[in-house]
Design a protein around this ligand. Structure first.
Ligand code: SF4
Length: 232
């Protein structure tokens, strides 16, 4: 596939759309993505829930939904991915890192996630996604402004200068009540771990349950300064 936009045109498109769609609904934002990019956009999902995949599938049936299988996921997360692939009109694409966990252990030593989580995330998440995004102009995420202080300024459409791609966050303005209401209204698939004390779900070695009142993302890389995997 070849892109139909230059990087400069994509950046301008993103900045303009970010301003114009700030008050738009999630469906309207994804409708803009569909009209603008055709098949050259995708959704990425951690399979914490399928809200954005569900929204996108209503706007553009057959949309690619990218899942990064790090080799460290909870079995419940893999099950959620399989359910999404089976139930929704989406094309789930599972990306895997260059190395298996065993191969990574052999080269870098075991439990790299405990010793250098930034490198582990770079190898197992960032690199595979970067390669995959070569085939797209834009990608949609489930980022929300209330996830964390670092995400408070998330635009609904923005320019990811590192990836040279348009980043769409259709539920950036939503809060947890809106997410819960959407899940309830549409019977959206969710990761069973959300009912088991987990509020934000990543790789098993780097995710713990949260206590009542704790931030949703407090259970990610707990005890470390790290708050993001490097994808965002
Ligand atoms: S979240 Fe943890 S296990 Fe997963 S890729 Fe990052 S450091 Fe590795």
């Amino acid at each position: 596939m070849t892109t139909t936009f230059t990087d400069e045109a994509l950046e301008q498109l993103a900045l303009t759309a970010g301003r114009e769609l700030e008050d738009a609904t999630a469906e309207e934002i994804l409708g803009w993505a569909s009209a603008t990019f055709g098949t050259r956009w995708a959704v990425t999902s951690s399979m914490e829930d399928a809200v954005v995949a569900h929204l996108a599938s209503r706007v553009q049936p057959g949309i690619d939904v990218i899942f990064l299988d790090t080799g460290y996921h909870f079995v419940e997360t893999i099950g959620t991915r399989d359910a999404v692939a089976a139930v929704y009109p989406v094309n789930v694409i599972t990306l895997t890192p260059r190395q298996t966990v065993a191969e990574q252990d052999a080269e870098y030593g075991p439990k790299l996630h405990d010793r250098d989580p930034d490198l582990c995330c770079a190898l197992r998440k960032v690199a595979p996604l970067q390669t995959s995004l070569d085939g797209y102009d834009a990608w949609a995420t489930g980022l929300r402004r209330d996830d964390s202080p670092e995400r408070a300024d998330t635009p609904v459409v923005g320019w990811d200068a590192k990836k040279r791609r348009v980043k769409i966050s259709p539920i950036a303005r939503w809060d947890q009540d809106q997410v819960d209401a959407y899940i309830l209204e549409h019977g959206v698939l969710t990761n069973p771990l959300l009912m088991d004390g987990y509020a934000s779900i990543g790789c098993e070695p780097c995710t713990r349950r949260v206590a009542p009142g704790e931030d949703a993302r407090a259970g990610r890389w707990a005890g470390r300064a790290k708050t993001e995997c490097g994808i965002h």
